[in-house]
Design a protein around this ligand. Structure first.
Ligand code: UFG
Length: 331
């Protein structure tokens, strides 16, 4: 297949590109603006196989159109997005422009230039703050985002679905990511967010002495130990879900899939695991709740397991934390 990947220099995008290159089955073109992705990541990816790289921001619609017109892709995998929940509350328009408008433009161009398959990075944030008795969450659960980030992704989902209803040649898979973490085993690429806000990299940095302490955002939730529970999925398993989605679209029709393991761990369990794998007893302090954090978020993953050939390999918190730690040491 002739595939375009946007946001390929980012955390999840780069892991998908690596797997696609290793499969040696496709003709790959990647674009990234390097606003949040890294040039170094593209250089590293070049050691896994050849692909075309174009430095391009999706907001430059004329240039994006020239690329789609020139290369006649049959598939687009769209990662490029802004993804900080807090920032989205302070600067919502950045999210509606970067995430929603640029996705609408990209989908429009896909329709104009005959792209037939579209794989979209969505998020558990589209579910908002579901009550704990809804867990594990099925894809048909009510969507009700509580911040502009989640809204920007849900609107993008709707745009993609409407485009597909109007154009029977255009099919999509929307993947709703739960809490992605870890790094691929050879540690050539891994997680690099600036600023970092996610639990596992922050705890790992604390274990390595890069931070003085880790805050637990609330220990008075209605969970077994009072801290929030999340469904942590290893980045290589999330990446392989995209490969499965590609294969799924070869034969089947559009679909939305949750990406998670179907069970979760508490913040305290994650911290204890990182203490175990690092052998370091670092400082932990309980602070107040972070606004908008549901007590529990767990994916019901039956649909992706049944409908696609996805076979997760790293449903193991210890492995996730170990690879996150080793990557943090190395980078
Ligand atoms: N947490 C802490 N201390 C920290 C950081 C996080 O206690 O320093 C807690 C949070 O309160 C939460 C859990 O750790 O309970 C996980 O938090 P993350 O920030 O790592 O992840 P989120 O669950 O908030 O976010 C994930 C995705 C988002 C997506 C969201 C959907 O990373 O992109 O799920 O709800 F929007």
């Amino acid at each position: 297949m002739n595939i375009l990947i946007t946001g390929a220099a980012g955390y999840i995008g780069s892991h998908v590109v690596k797997q696609l290159l290793e499969s040696k089955k496709h003709n790959i073109t990647v674009i990234d603006s390097f606003k949040t992705g890294f040039k170094e990541t593209i250089k590293t990816l070049q050691s896994f196989g050849s692909f075309k790289f174009i430095e391009q921001d999706l907001s430059q619609w004329d240039e994006v159109e020239s690329i789609l017109k020139k290369y006649q892709f049959d598939t687009v995998i769209h990662f490029a997005a802004s993804l900080l929940v807090g920032e989205s509350v302070e600067n919502p328009l950045k999210y509606y422009v970067n995430n929603t408008c640029n996705t609408a433009n990209l989908v429009n161009l896909c329709n104009k230039y005959g792209v037939k398959k579209f794989i979209f990075s969505s998020t558990a944030a589209v579910y908002g703050e579901p009550s704990s008795n809804k867990m594990p969450l099925v894809e048909t659960e009510f969507t009700s985002p509580i911040n502009p980030y989640g809204n920007s992704k849900l609107m993008s989902e709707q745009i993609i679905k409407d485009a597909a209803s109007a154009n029977k040649e255009f099919k999509y898979v929307i993947l709703r990511y739960f809490n992605v973490a870890g790094a691929e085993e050879s540690l050539s690429i891994g997680e690099c967010h600036d600023p970092e806000t996610h639990l596992i990299p922050l705890v790992v940095q604390t274990a390595l002495g890069k931070r003085n302490k880790i805050f637990i955002f609330g220990d008075d939730y209605d969970t077994f130990d009072g801290t929030c529970i999340r469904d942590y999925i290893h980045v290589d398993d999330l990446a392989s879900a995209h490969i499965s989605a590609l294969e799924y679209l070869e034969k089947k029709n559009s679909e939305v899939f949750n990406c998670g393991y179907g069970h979760g761990f508490s913040v305290k369990e994650v911290i204890d695991m990182i203490k175990k794998v690092s052998g370091v007893d670092f400082k932990v302090e309980v602070s107040s709740r972070r606004e908008g954090d549901p007590a529990i978020l767990i994916a019901d993953n039956k649909k992706i397991l049944k409908e696609t050939n996805w076979k997760p390999k790293h449903d193991n918190l210890e492995f996730i934390c170990k690879t996150a730690l080793e990557w943090e040491k190395k980078r």
